[in-house]
Every structure is written in structure tokens, then in C-alpha cells.
Design a protein around this ligand. Structure first.
Ligand SMILES: Nc1ncnc2c1ncn2[C@@H]1O[C@H](COP(=O)(O)OP(=O)(O)OP(=O)(O)O)[C@@H](O)[C@H]1O
Length: 484
């Protein structure tokens, strides 16, 4: 995925046609830019939110996009794959290398240039089927970060004929930012495919009446794609050979998107290859998937990665109030050298208070919270990933999907609770499961202030069957020892 928000922002300034992304020195959200479109969209429900304390102002699309920005690499997924074929006699192919897929040499070069040495689990299972002839429809589910985008991008680029000057591949994404991300991956992967042109069908991009697109791949949001296809007739949807619907689980959170996607799909030629990707396979996603991907799709489901707390040393510190917690935090930061850390607070108010206190103490702190617009949050994530800030203070917004390699310490300034104030073990796992990945050891420190939070801690300890040791915030030697 793109690591450069600046690139994404500048793309909005370009006209329809080939992606011609100008490099930008850093995040420079444009006031009034196209990302502003999101403010008008309905707010999504985050299962991580609680009414008066948490982030409630974000759509699923925004969350998905921010998680992508926080992720720096492929999530390792377990091998448990379920493949449902309508034709039980079909062999289940699997490839262990990109060479085995017999890609066009220029495409293979693009894949290697992106640093992909071998296909991921979902890619190794899906790609042989995706690239087989005759083309076959597919519904594929696997958790975020397992390589789905690369899988369908590769499919589109494998099937495109650069000699033909009209759109042949159409990819729908639920939001502007997600569409731009896919555009970025497609651009990178196709960089050796001379003449290949990509158009972004997002609200900021206009087509003139009567204009005929000569680009080969269109990536966009359903509403704009519909306008281009039906209102402006800027391309002939019947000539599309590969249709991809990405992030179906996010897409269905908006009825309008569902309807638009379905209308577009119905206008496709019957022999167009239709693909749907989703990070989850709840019943509502599957029923939408079956509606929008008819005609015997192959269904691939990859079991969710199970995170483990094995490599993470967990501690708790008893404090009497917020100020006391801050003091404990200061002791920790003075006693151990921390690469990068994330601190989770229950409320925006606490998060802002803490950010101010820590900044006053000379720490380089980023504050990520829901009241900021998406451009600001993207820019904060980029700065943190680039190491410009060592501490990221946040509420639950970023608990999931964080995979910033340098994060060695996670602090629960407040323990995670559900909406009805019960211990939230799942969020705890997502928060601290982000350090200590890939065999590295991580450190999680929990602040406990009072009976309720002590009960929460005990509950979490019991739930995971792993001891959370007590730490004395005034014993600097002990704090020093836990870091070694
Ligand atoms: N075969 C591969 N080898 C190494 N890295 C890969 C490979 N495939 C994808 N990646 C990288 O892993 C990360 C996640 O991949 P990708 O974005 O395709 O996942 P995804 O399943 O589409 O995630 P989401 O559901 O959030 O869209 C990206 O940074 C991508 O560049």
C-alpha cells in the first residue's frame, strides 16, 4: 500500500487520465480538497466505540483507510483456507511463487519491485483461479492486510490489453481514499507496463459530456463510476472484462453504495470476470456477495489470524488518579529507552490532556483522535510511521490493524471497556497484540486506578490465562529491568 499520503492528496489535483502522481515532500492536506467529501457521509458504527467516551464520528471506510496507513506490511495469516467450488472436481491450485503464475514479464518485474518475493496465503490460493482461463468469478474473504488488493490488482493487470484504448478493468471501492490507495498500488505494480493508463473515478475527477476514456483501468467509488458509465457515457461498461468490488463489508454499510454497485454489475457483459473481496464474511456480506457475484463464483475464505500474547510482557501499575498516572508514565519514559510507543486513553479529553502534558515534558507526541478530519489523522499517522513522533496518543480509533514495526511499548492509560462498561478483552488483544509481532518481544503496561479497573485487569488476565505482573512506578530499577 502507499506510504505516501502526500502522493494521494496531490492525485486529486490531476485530471482524468493516466495517473501521473507528483511527489510531495510530506502530508499537505488541501483545505477544501476532495477528502472533504467524507464529512457529508453517514457516520459508521465502530464496535470499539462507546457513546460518550469514544470515537463515534468515523465511517467504516475511514477506519479501514486509517488502518491501512498504520499497517506497514503483510499480516501473516494461518493456513486454514476454505475453498468452495461449485464444481467439486476442479483441482485446488496453489502457487508458491509468482513465476509459477506465468505473468507478463513487465508485470512480474513490477511485483518484485514492490518487494513481494512470494505470494501471501490468499494470493497463493486465489491467484491460480483468478488468472485461469476461462475467467472465473470469485468471492474472497481474508482479514485486512493479507494481500487481497495485490491479488485483484494483479488480476486486472494480467488481463488488460494495453493495445486497446478503452477501459477493460473496473474496480469499485467504498471511499475516495480507498480508491486512491488502490490506484497507487495499481500504478506501482504496472510501472513497467508501457502505455498503461489508469483513471480514478472519484468525485473530484470530472469527465466532459461526450468524452471517451482511453484509459485501461478505472478505479473509483460507485456513484462517480455510475455517472461516468451511464450519465456521461464516458466508457462502455459492456467492454469491461474484469470487475472488482473491494471492501464489500465496508461497501454494504451504505445502502446507496450497495444499490449502485448492483446496478453497475447488472450492466456488465455476462462473460466479464466478477470478483468481490471482503475482510469479513458475515451473513449480510455473503448475501450481498452472492447477489452481486452471480454465476458459480469460487468462494475462498481464509481463517482470521489469531493473535497471541506470547511475546508480550504485561505489567500493571496501580495509580490513584490521572495525575498519578502521568507521573508513572514520566518515570517509565525516564527509566527505559523506548523506540516508539502507543498510549491508549478512554476519552478524547484525557488523550488531549496527556498529549499536552507529555509535550510539555519535551516528548515528541502525536495525538490521534476522532474529532480531527481524515486528512489530519492520515498526516499524523504518516508522521508517526516516519518516526517524526515517538509517542502516539490515541483513543480506540487505531486499536485494530496497527502494525508499526517500531512500536515496542503499548500503554493502556485507561483499560479498554465495552459500551456497557464491561472489560473489553478483544480490544485489549488488538491494542497490545500490535507490539511483539513476528517473534519480537513487546511490552504492555496497564494503568489501574480504582476497584473497577482492577477488576477489569483481573478479568483480562483470567481471560487470556497470562499473568500481568505488578510494577512499582517509583522503583526505577525495576522499571529498567523489565525493558531488558
Ligand atoms: N506477496 C506479498 N509479499 C509481501 N508483501 C505483500 C504481498 N502482498 C501484499 N503485500 C503488502 O502487504 C500489505 C497488505 O496488503 P494488501 O493491502 O494487499 O492487503 P489487503 O488484504 O488488501 O488489506 P485490506 O483488507 O485492508 O484492503 C501491503 O503493504 C502490501 O504491499
Amino acid at each position: 500500500m502507499s506510504e505516501d499520503w502526500g502522493d494521494l492528496i496531490t492525485q486529486q489535483e490531476k485530471g482524468v487520465g493516466a495517473l501521473n502522481i507528483k511527489k510531495d515532500d510530506g502530508p499537505s492536506p488541501q483545505p477544501g480538497g476532495a477528502a472533504q467529501e467524507f464529512k457529508d457521509q453517514p457516520e459508521g458504527e465502530s464496535s470499539e466505540s462507546t457513546e460518550d467516551t469514544e470515537e463515534t464520528g468515523q465511517s467504516k471506510g475511514e477506519i479501514s483507510f486509517l488502518q491501512k496507513l498504520l499497517r506497514t506490511r503483510l499480516v501473516q495469516a494461518k493456513a486454514d483456507i476454505e475453498v468452495l467450488r461449485k464444481d467439486p472436481t476442479s483441482p485446488l491450485y496453489s502457487v508458491k511463487s509468482f513465476e509459477a503464475l506465468h505473468l507478463k514479464p513487465e508485470l512480474l518485474k513490477g511485483v518484485y519491485d514492490m518487494g513481494f518475493n512470494a505470494p501471501s496465503k490468499i494470493q497463493e490460493t486465489a491467484l491460480p483461479t483468478l488468472l485461469a482461463d476461462p475467467p472465473c468469478n470469485m468471492i474472497a474473504q481474508s482479514q485486512s492486510g493479507t494481500g487481497k488488493t495485490a491479488a485483484f490488482t494483479l488480476t486486472m493487470l494480467s488481463r488488460v490489453d494495453v493495445a486497446l484504448d478503452y477501459p477493460q478493468c473496473l474496480c469499485l471501492a467504498p471511499t475516495y481514499e480507498l480508491a486512491l490507495q488502490i490506484g497507487e498500488v495499481t500504478r506501482e505494480m504496472s510501472k513497467h507496463m508501457t502505455g498503461l493508463q489508469i483513471s480514478l473515478a472519484v468525485r473530484a475527477q470530472k469527465v466532459a459530456r461526450g468524452e471517451q476514456l482511453a484509459s485501461h483501468v478505472i478505479i473509483g467509488t460507485p456513484g462517480t463510476v455510475m455517472d461516468w458509465a451511464f450519465k456521461f457515457k464516458a466508457f462502455d461498461i459492456k467492454k469491461v472484462r474484469v470487475f472488482v468490488l473491494d471492501e464489500a463489508d465496508v461497501m454494504i454499510s451504505q445502502q446507496g453504495h450497495q444499490d449502485q454497485s448492483t446496478r453497475l454489475q447488472r450492466a456488465l457483459s455476462p462473460d466479464c470476470q466478477m470478483l468481490l473481496f471482503s475482510a469479513t464474511y458475515d451473513a449480510d456480506v455473503m448475501s450481498f456477495a452472492e447477489k452481486v457475484i452471480p454465476r458459480d463464483p469460487v468462494v475462498i475464505k481464509l481463517r482470521r489470524e489469531e493473535e497471541s500474547l506470547e511475546n508480550i510482557r504485561q505489567y500493571y501499575i496501580e495509580c490513584s488518579n490521572q495525575q498519578d498516572k502521568f507521573q508513572a508514565l514520566s518515570n517509565i519514559y525516564s527509566a527505559i529507552s523506548i523506540g516508539q510507543s502507543m498510549i491508549f486513553c478512554a476519552t478524547r479529553k484525557t488523550a488531549s490532556w496527556l498529549a499536552e502534558k507529555m509535550t510539555g515534558d519535551g516528548h515528541a507526541v502525536g495525538l490521534l483522535s476522532g474529532e480531527l478530519d481524515i486528512e489530519m489523522r492520515a498526516s499524523i499517522i504518516k508522521r508517526f510511521r516516519d518516526g517524526k513522533e515517538k509517542v502516539l496518543i490515541t483513543t480506540n480509533v487505531s486499536a485494530r490493524g496497527i502494525d508499526v514495526e517500531q512500536v515496542t511499548v503499548v500503554v493502556n492509560f485507561d483499560l479498554p471497556m465495552t459500551r456497557d462498561l464491561q472489560p473489553d478483552c478483544e480490544t485489549y488483544l488488538h491494542r497490545i497484540g500490535r507490539t511483539g509481532r513476528f517473534g519480537k518481544s513487546g511490552l504492555a503496561i496497564n494503568f489501574v486506578d480504582g476497584k473497577r479497573s482492577m477488576n477489569t485487569l483481573k478479568y483480562i488476565e483470567k481471560h487470556f490465562g497470562r499473568k500481568i505482573n505488578k510494577l512499582d512506578a517509583d522503583d526505577l530499577d525495576a522499571i529498567e529491568r523489565i525493558s531488558s
